[in-house]
Design a protein around this ligand. Structure first.
Ligand code: FE2
Length: 495
């Protein structure tokens, strides 16, 4: 643990200090803001009172809403004709066009062949204790489901039981649509994959109704779940996101572990404190999907959510790699729910890595989950210690030149000692006009070259002790190094 302790000392999130191994949020912001200020972000993002297009009496301002929808539609339609403009020409603004109030990510659920072994692997690799379960021991004879939690990050792993096992349960399973055929078909097509991106909304019934009215494909009608112990309720509803992945709306006042019907697992098998086995993961930052046609998918998701475009990248932004992709990031009003999507670009020397995903996943699906932490040096030391004993392996480090050139590319945002630690741990660094992004990618987490994880730390962009979403961008400056390493990895699968 000595190594972990020294990493903690050099935390990027430390308060301002004279130590050469620490960096303050304000310093990062100032350093990052210098190349392209003033910020292209529009001011509405800071006027929280207009998040909903309502007047003081709470009535919807129909004229304003229609105008915003028209503008958003026009935007995406003109992109459909002219294509994406790319990172440099894209001007970021936040028109606050959400159709219903979206708060934050709530959880992510993966459907598995064997949930028990999968949750144990993720629990160890990510330092996340089991907090809730629904299985035969709790009266669920249809499927088993296990929820892990580290701060605001909740990952759930579910798999079906045999339906030859007939047992009349005392109560129905928590989720009404999780059946053996649905779960087996999903696993058969995709392997280990994300089924649901859970988002906390103000009202899951309104979110569902509004989404369906605006073109969303309905998957689960609003369903109220009751907690027999506390009497609290939670409402779930689902619409199609892309492929077989659903966007799951969650609302209500339930404060137990995960969802009503799940049994609390207590005490957790290990602590997330620095002295425990937790690695310090905080929350889901963004959830990225791979699709066949980016503009169609973006128009569909933006159409029913009202989400605005936060960033875009084209094959040209990616640089000299052999395979290509286009990417667009959609964001909620508060920019705490970020949904990037990628499409393959064809005609390059190698098959696009997105096409490789689409082939192996048998269609669109969730490509990676970006998980944020407060001290990436500590998190990476802990995760790397577990890499070869059941944890997650990482993509190969960039070459020495990447780290030699880093100070020139990011200025004085990191101390020489921190750059050295980035090199030792294989962490990539980038910045945008707002802040700094430190990131690293795992190898695919399952059998197929599909789903992987990204571990990130964002530095800067603090507003009243809250960090703005997407601070530091998505690693555009690392695309070349990153995609080269993905291509090299894919070559190892072609023997
Ligand atoms: Fe990412």
């Amino acid at each position: 643990m000595a190594a972990a302790s020294s990493a903690r000392h050099a935390s990027l999130s430390s308060p301002p200090s004279s130590s050469s191994s620490s960096i303050s949020q304000s310093r990062a912001t100032a350093a990052a803001a210098s190349p392209r200020s003033p910020s292209p972000r529009s001011s509405p993002r800071r006027s929280g009172s207009v998040l909903e297009h309502t007047d003081r009496a709470g009535k919807v301002d129909i004229g304003k809403e229609i105008e915003q929808q028209r503008r958003q539609r026009q935007d995406l339609e003109s992109k459909a004709k002219s294509g994406l403009v790319g990172f440099d020409k894209f001007v970021r603004s936040n028109p606050l066009t959400d159709r219903f109030k979206v708060l934050c990510f709530h959880h992510v659920e993966l459907w598995c062949g064997d949930a028990t072994n999968t949750w144990r692997r993720f629990s160890w690799g990510l330092g996340m204790p089991l907090v809730a379960k629904s299985d035969q021991t709790t009266g669920n004879h249809v499927y088993c489901s296990y929820a892990l939690q580290s701060e605001d990050l909740v990952l759930v792993f579910s798999a079906p039981y045999s339906d030859k096992h007939r047992y009349q349960p005392a109560s129905p399973p928590p989720h009404p649509a999780m059946t053996k055929p649905a779960m087996l078909d999903f696993f058969d097509a995709h392997g280990l994959a994300v089924r649901a991106v859970g988002v906390r909304v103000e009202d899951a019934a309104t979110a569902f109704r509004t989404s369906v009215e605006h073109g969303a494909i309905a998957v689960l009608e609003p369903t109220t779940m009751h907690d027999v112990h506390s009497g609290q309720e939670l409402v779930l509803s689902e619409v199609a996101l892309y492929g077989d992945v659903v966007l799951r709306f969650v609302s209500g006042g339930f404060d137990g572990p995960f969802l009503p019907g799940y049994e609390r697992v207590s005490p957790p098998p290990f602590s997330s404190s620095p002295s425990g086995l937790g690695v310090g993961l905080c929350r889901l930052d963004h959830a990225v999907g791979n699709v066949h046609n980016l503009l169609d998918a973006a128009r569909y998701v933006a159409g029913f959510t009202g989400f605005h475009e936060f960033a875009e990248f084209t094959a040209e932004d990616i640089g000299t790699c052999e395979s290509g992709l286009n990417s667009m990031v959609l964001a909620s009003n508060n920019e705490m729910v970020l949904l990037p999507m990628n499409e393959p670009v064809h005609g390059t020397r190698r098959k696009s890595q997105i096409q490789t995903y689409l082939d192996h996943n048998e269609g669109p699906g969730l490509q990676h989950l970006a998980i944020s932490c407060r001290d990436i040096f500590h998190t990476l030391r802990e995760m790397r210690m577990r890499s070869h004993i059941g944890g997650f392996e990482f993509m190969p480090r960039p070459n020495k030149k990447y780290y030699k050139d880093l100070p020139e590319r990011i200025g004085s945002s990191l101390t020489p000692e921190q750059v050295e630690m980035c090199e030792e741990l294989g962490i990539l660094v980038d910045k945008d006009d707002q802040g700094i992004l430190l990131q690293i990618f795992t190898k695919p987490v399952g059998d197929r070259p599909t789903l992987f994880l990204e571990i990130i730390q964002r530095v800067g962009c603090m507003e009243e002790n809250v960090q703005r979403g997407g601070c530091g961008g998505f690693g555009k400056g690392n695309f070349s190094a990153l995609f080269k390493s993905i291509e090299d990895y894919e070559k190892t699968l072609e023997r």
